[in-house]
Design a protein around this ligand. Structure first.
Ligand SMILES: Nc1ncnc2c1ncn2[C@@H]1O[C@H](COP(=O)(O)OP(=O)(O)OP(=O)(O)O)[C@@H](O)[C@H]1O
Length: 299
């Protein structure tokens, strides 16, 4: 089953153009949707999940016309929204059981089996009788995945799931996602580049409602080879370098400011070529798009 999004646009009533002719083709496996805050990721996720309507364009999931047949989509969809609220005074086991009833798993014995299996899979078995109010951020997110997996969905959407998780929980969550993403479409929306490089064989970069790139992360990195340059600069020189070069990132390392520049040729003295990472790809694509937009605005 493939998910095909074709020229999808969405403008909110206040005039914000959140999606601007988005086209993507998503095969089974983990798909990373990468973009900064406000890029339009949640708008896209909510539209695919049939929680809001689009102004134009189409979404096809296998033989389902997503925008025309929301009921059919909901039968094969698991969704973990960005803000996943839980009832604090209910245990994981009770709430999952409740969600299972809502999902239509009406036979009690079958429901118990499904719920128990999911609690094991998400590593929450030991904590199943604890109130959800006492769960850590990572445990809540794993619970969110358990509820998203009810009914064995063919399409799973997780919106910014690792924000706020500590490294151990993030790692554990990544392993869980990798496991569930083996035989269905899992769309992972995130602004954290390493979520995508760790997990996804396909990804897209989205900014200001537009798709800037889509493909395989390894290919995207390969395409950037020889175009990323690094040097350390004094903090006071940073603005000058930003004027003169395509500085795609700057960070402090051991008290020094290290800049990465995107350039087809050696930018000048003091720059050394570095192996690109997906983060370089991401920043370079966004930087180039911003430059083009500024040039177009200036005429
Ligand atoms: N209901 C709404 N009404 C008006 N504008 C909205 C609404 N929801 C989102 N927006 C705007 O649409 C744009 C895209 O927002 P969206 O939430 O889709 O981005 P995002 O990439 O998910 O960002 P974030 O990670 O911050 O949620 C932003 O400018 C946002 O302010």
């Amino acid at each position: 089953m493939e998910l095909v999004i074709d020229h999808l646009s969405k403008t909110y009533p206040n005039g914000t153009k959140a999606l601007n002719s988005v086209s993507l083709r998503i095969a089974p496996g983990m798909f990373g949707l990468l973009g900064p805050n406000g890029a339009g990721k949640s708008s896209l996720m909510r539209t695919i999940s049939t929680l809001q309507e689009a102004n134009s364009g189409t979404i096809q999931l296998g033989d389902i016309n997503v925008l025309q047949e929301p009921e059919r989509v909901r039968q094969v969809l698991g969704y973990l929204p960005q803000e996943f609220g839980v009832y604090p005074k209910v245990t994981a086991s009770e709430l999952l059981e409740h969600f299972a009833v809502l999902k239509g798993i009406s036979h009690k014995g079958e429901r118990r089996q499904v719920v128990d299996a999911l609690l094991h899979q998400t590593n929450l078995w030991e904590a199943r009788n604890k109130n959800l109010g006492g769960y850590s951020g990572g445990m809540k997110q794993r619970f969110g995945i358990a509820q998203a997996l009810l009914g064995n969905p063919k399409l799973i959407i997780v919106d910014e799931p690792t924000a706020g998780l500590d490294p151990t929980e993030r790692n554990r969550f990544h392993n869980l996602l990798a496991e569930i993403g083996e035989d269905r479409i899992v769309i992972l929306s995130t602004h954290i580049v390493s979520d995508v490089s760790d997990l996804c064989r396909q990804f897209a970069i989205i900014n200001k409602g537009r798709v800037l790139y889509t493909g395989d992360p390894l290919v995207a990195i390969e395409e950037m080879r020889g175009q990323i340059w690094r040097r350390s600069v004094a903090k006071a020189e940073l603005a000058q370098y930003q004027q003169q070069f395509s500085v795609i990132s700057s960070r402090l390392f051991a008290g020094q400011t290290i800049i990465h520049v995107h350039s087809l040729a050696q930018p000048g003295n003091g720059f050394e070529s570095v192996e690109p990472t997906l983060e370089d790809v991401y920043f370079a694509r966004i930087h180039t798009a911003e430059k083009v937009a500024t040039a177009l605005a200036k005429g």
